[in-house]
Design a binder for this molecule. Structure first.
Ligand SMILES: [Zn+2]
Ligand SMILES: [Zn+2]
Length: 379
């Protein structure tokens, strides 16, 4: 009997899998080699040319050894964070085999004929009494949960899509954002550490030899490491600061770039401290996909929508239908905006990018992903 196919073996996205589907990467995971090299090479140089020599330079040998151990342990920690960010499901929404019922049965009184009526591109749901426009993804055949976007690199819809990071070769989304932030901020701290200790070593050499030039001649590696860390810190330190701002205001990178200058009311924002607590103290939900599971027969019946118990206003008609949701969608609302956009479905920019024939307020969801939609009062 033929072995049943696993989910990861027939995966439709562009992901790469390792260890029988236990590790999931983006299609550009090879860039991890560059990222690892950019971290590992300077750390090795630091350990060999600075930390090792410091053991003899410092009055207390144990302090020198401590620096060496800290550098090695901290680098291992950074690599664990890097792997945790790039080798796990960022929050992929499982694709449907068929369009959801309300798409096929959009006009239930008439038989569904291809091209007889356009598919509803967007629909509106209520969260805490505020209207949220969700968009239909043609590729994944589902209405995207709010804050979800389709990554064109990985070809998946990803919840709370932040961006696709080429350095880690993975989407940054709901499930790996925290790891990503710790990776970036820890790398910045590592830069500060290597820079400071290299400067200390140069200072000690200068005290011994008398001039800075002699010290530089004695340890050119220290100068090179300081220059390298200084430049690197502009990137990782700047990125850390930017993400601290995003976390404090409960935004994603995508939202920040997409809606810059829109003057949208930030209704997701619970206040800086609450936003931080929400990000760092909330439980990371398990993956919605069991990549190692066996492929199931395609459902003969079109699946129900991923939007639960919500009155929906389909934007190209007056029909309102009740649909159900099997996705956990956040309750904290971040932004309201008047929309006049005109983008396409399936674009990496995703949310906020579908053509809507009527201008409507849009509310986006925040990080909290526990509560459900409330019912919409009838018009
Ligand atoms: Zn999609
Ligand atoms: Zn991606």
């Amino acid at each position: 009997m033929a072995k049943p196919k696993r989910v990861y073996q027939s995966w439709k996205g562009n992901n790469k899998f390792l260890l029988g589907g236990r590790l999931i990467f983006g299609p550009d995971a090879k860039s991890l080699i560059i990222t690892v090299t950019l971290i590992l090479v300077p750390v090795v140089l630091f350990c060999v040319f600075v930390a090792r020599n410091l053991v003899h330079e410092l009055q207390q040998e144990s302090a020198g050894y401590a620096i060496l151990v800290i550098a090695i342990v901290f680098t291992i920690y950074v690599f664990i964070l890097l792997l945790s960010t790039s080798a796990k499901d960022p929050g992929i929404v499982p694709r449907n085999f068929h369009p959801p019922e309300e798409v096929l049965g959009f006009d239930s009184s008439a038989s569904v004929e291809a091209g007889s009526r356009p598919l509803p591109r967007t629909k509106e749901v209520l969260v805490n009494g505020l209207p949220v426009r969700v968009k239909y993804c043609e590729t994944c055949m589902l209405y995207r949960p709010p804050r979800c976007s389709h990554c064109s690199v990985c070809d998946n819809c990803v919840e709370r899509f932040d961006h696709h990071c080429p350095w880690v070769g993975q989407c940054i989304g709901k499930r790996n954002y925290r790891c990503f932030f710790f990776f970036v901020s820890s790398t910045a701290l590592l830069c500060v550490f290597v820079f400071s200790i290299s400067a200390l070593y140069l200072k000690l050499l200068m005290d011994d030899s008398g001039t800075i030039w002699k010290a530089i001649k004695e340890s050119p590696a220290s100068v090179a490491l300081m220059a390298y860390c200084f430049i690197a810190l502009w990137f990782v330190g700047g990125l850390t600061g930017f993400h601290l701002y995003l976390i404090g205001t409960n935004q994603t990178t995508y939202e920040n770039f997409r809606y810059k200058g829109d003057n949208r009311v930030s209704v997701y924002n619970r206040g800086c401290i609450a936003n931080f607590l929400q990000l760092f103290c909330s439980r990371i939900e398990p993956s919605k996909i069991n990549f190692r599971g066996c492929v199931q027969e395609e459902a003969s019946k079109p699946p129900k929508s991923n939007i639960r118990e919500t009155d929906i206003n389909i934007s190209d008609g007056d029909t309102r239908i009740k649909v159900e949701d099997d996705l956990d969608i956040g309750d904290d609302i971040m932004k309201i905006s008047q929309r006049r956009n005109s983008d396409e479905v399936g674009d990496v920019r995703g949310r906020g990018s579908d053509r809507s024939p009527i201008g409507r307020s849009e509310v986006d969801f925040g990080f909290g992903l526990e509560s459900q939609f409330s019912s919409r009062p009838s018009y």
